[in-house]
Design a protein around this ligand. Structure first.
Ligand code: NAD
Length: 457
């Protein structure tokens, strides 16, 4: 079948109303979970072949998250899909009012490469939970994971309900010519703009999960050892190829030395600075293009620790750069690799202004014990979401909507937010025939005006 035919059959299937049945959705989600579980070894092999991701990390950051989402939807879809009563003003007496969630229709999900399973499948799971049909286009960059996703879905689900279409720019461009009821995109801000423009032609609503430079503030009163531990974990997980990784650190000058030493101790404890570490608990850079993009950051900046790289194995050791300023090249674009620039500051107000002068980040982290300082930063800087005294773990709570703002994206998902993202909320006023108040009808009079005022005010 060609793209056009897939879209046509999905629209027809959606119009048959089968996906509106909550039991049907639950059955599909259960089926998806059991397929993923039964094929875990294949999923582990594929992602290891693509960029050396270990079984441990794949479970922790991909499969575990998907299982959690599926379980939550299975538990909650019934109540989330029910119409919700709201109060009705006197002016409509004796009516009832309610909000009725309904699926949007046939949706397109476009995934990114860095967490290739969950970034493709969690939006698809949310779309199914909300009652939509799904065409999923995973990222083409991790070749093996894209292939296994396509195989598992296409062999087990009917194309009119859930279909994976593999491919890159050409296939996505072709898909984008068609009218979907929703497009959910995860990827770069640059491509996000292309998706938004294509969607606008059909007035298709979009959710854009994009990237950006996520800062980590470390204040002088922070617990330095724990801060270093959490920062190092979040930055070097997935070799820094994480949209919510701390992109750079802003540390108060008086604890710069102590923090850098603690960061180095943590790195030494968990990682090796040779390509050998790829065999165990560290990852490769996804491809040569990204390796070559990152390499210049290692030259011309002051390396505090790390800086070892090997193109053949696409290895870059966990690296920390110090004496960095906001004007340096590394501070202009999202790094998306295992290189952590550290900038010092003495005046919090000034550094807040510097962050605000940049595009709104996807995440922001604050390490401090001072509630007033934390409040000040939260109050002043706009960003997608974040954590206090931790990094990235806000993602693990599916009760927190996940998404960006401004250049880091629009819309959100995870848990209920995911259900809402793929739903329309139909507002209904439901009135009986037995009473009709006449004051809204012409001919108007002062008496009727008084009545209107009485009802409205
Ligand atoms: P990307 O924008 O290059 O690619 C994303 C998807 O868009 C892929 O499926 C790709 O095939 C498709 N694509 C690429 N060029 C296209 C074009 N010209 N027209 C149509 N489709 C096109 O992003 P990426 O390299 O896969 O991911 C890295 C970026 O994604 C980073 O900026 C990162 O921060 C961001 N990201 C965001 C999140 C989030 O949840 N907010 C998660 C992961 C990654």
């Amino acid at each position: 079948m060609d793209i056009q035919s897939y879209i046509k059959t999905q629209k027809e299937f959606f119009n048959s109303n089968q996906t509106k049945d909550v039991d049907y959705r639950i059955k599909q989600l259960k089926k998806l979970k059991s397929i993923l579980k039964a094929n875990e070894p294949k999923l582990y092999d594929a992602i290891y072949a693509d960029f050396g991701k270990s079984e441990f990390e794949t479970y922790m950051t991909e499969l575990g998250l998907m299982y959690q989402e599926i379980d939550r939807f299975i538990k909650k879809i019934k109540s989330w899909s029910k119409p919700k009563r709201v109060s009705t003003g006197l002016i409509n007496f004796p009516a009832r009012s309610y909000i009725m969630p309904e699926p949007l229709g046939s949706v397109l999900v476009i995934g990114a490469w860095n967490y290739p399973y969950q970034l493709s499948l969690v939006p698809a799971i949310s779309a199914i939970a909300a009652g939509n049909t799904v065409i999923l286009k995973p990222s083409e960059m991790p070749v093996q994971t894209s292939a296994i996703i396509a195989k598992l879905i296409n062999e087990n689900f009917p194309p009119e309900f859930f279909q994976v279409i593999e491919g890159g720019v050409n296939e996505t461009t072709e898909l984008l010519k068609h009218r979907f009821d929703k497009i959910f995109f995860t990827g770069s801000t640059k491509v996000g703009k292309i998706i938004y423009q294509a969607a606008a032609k059909h007035l298709t609503p979009v959710t854009l999960e994009l990237g950006g430079k996520s800062p980590s503030f470390v204040l002088a009163d922070a617990d330095i050892k724990t801060t270093a531990k959490r920062l190092v974990w979040a930055k070097f997980l997935n070799a820094g190829q994480t949209c919510v990784a701390p992109d750079y650190v802003l540390v108060e000058k008086k604890i710069e030395k102590a923090l850098l030493e603690a960061i180095q101790t943590e790195i030494d404890q968990h990682y090796k600075s040779t390509p050998q570490s790829l065999e165990t608990n560290y990852m490769q850079i996804i491809n040569e293009t990204n390796f070559d993009r990152l390499q210049p950051y290692l030259n011309g900046n002051e390396i505090y620790c790390g800086g070892v790289s090997d193109r053949e194995t696409r290895f870059i050791s966990p690296t920390v750069l110090n004496h960095i300023t906001f004007e340096d090249a590394i501070m202009q674009d999202e790094i998306f690799g295992p290189i952590l620039p550290v900038i010092t500051f003495e005046n919090l107000d000034e550094v807040i202004q510097k962050v605000k002068a940049k595009q709104k980040p996807l995440s922001l982290y604050i390490y401090s014990k001072n509630r007033n300082t934390i409040k000040k930063i939260l109050h002043e800087i706009s960003f997608g979401g974040g954590a206090i005294n931790d990094s990235m773990m806000h993602l693990s709570n599916s009760k927190l909507p996940f998404g960006g703002v401004g250049y880091s994206g629009m819309g959100s998902y995870h848990g209920k937010a995911g259900f809402d993202t793929f739903s329309h909320f139909k507002s209904i006023l439901d009135k009986p025939f037995w009473l009709e108040l006449s004051f809204k009808y012409a001919p108007y009079s002062d008496k009727k005006k008084k009545w209107i005022r009485w009802f409205v005010e």
